[in-house]
Design a protein around this ligand. Sequence first.
Ligand code: KIV
Length: 271
Amino acid sequence: MATSKEVKKVTTHTLQNMKTSGEKISMITAYDYSFAKVFDSAGIDVILVGDSASNVMAGHETTLPITLDQMIYHAQSVIRGINRCLVVVDLPFGSYQSNSDIALASAIRIMKETGCHAIKLEGGEEVVDSVKKIVSAGIPVMGHLGLTPQSIYKFGTYTVRAKDETEANKLRIDAKFLEMAGCFAVVLEKIPASLAKDVTGELKIPSIGIGAGGDCDGQVLVMHDMLGINTEFKPRFLRQYLNLNEQITGAVQQYIRDVKSKDFPNKNEQY
Ligand code: KIV
């Protein structure tokens, strides 16, 4: 008999069924216990422990510096906060590009040490061997195409990818490669909406878009961007649902005033 605490967990199969039924997939990043708990309780389908932690948690300019150990720390914290959603963890730069054995070893470490449900890695044809090896070890893999931030120094800028025919065709082929290698879903980042629509139609697995238009099977946003914690980053694709930066600044300023004026703590706030 199911108790009130038992919930239907989101699995990779749930996402596949959502694509089939036309229900959109919601995904958000999280890097710690408290926010993961809030997002899971709110009903999010997927939490991505993104290597964007390198930017929004550690303050680095790119995603390159974050280490496997640091990703594992963030993922362990997130897992302790969730009950229902699927948790996907990014393989960080340097933990899979060398060869497929190293990729598998990194994926196994993440799965074993965090208790997460899947991993994500960036790239197309060049990562197919790694995807196959990881999937054959029983680990679900999410792909990531388009703007792949771990290759920022190859691209040179964070502008929209695959605008020209050659790159668009490569992306279509890469998406098919990832599907055939066994990926259960693929993130499409910052590519033209018409291309994302075509790729989504050509794939059996779900696409999750970020800056890739409304025809993807799901959407993902970085929590700090959509909650307005990070106010400098305002790309066109971003919808900011809160201005937490302003609200937190106001609250902290009020706290400072209350401490300085000796209003806090009052008689009811002491023992
Ligand atoms: O690291 C990350 O947050 C990501 C998303 C932008 C998809 O990869």
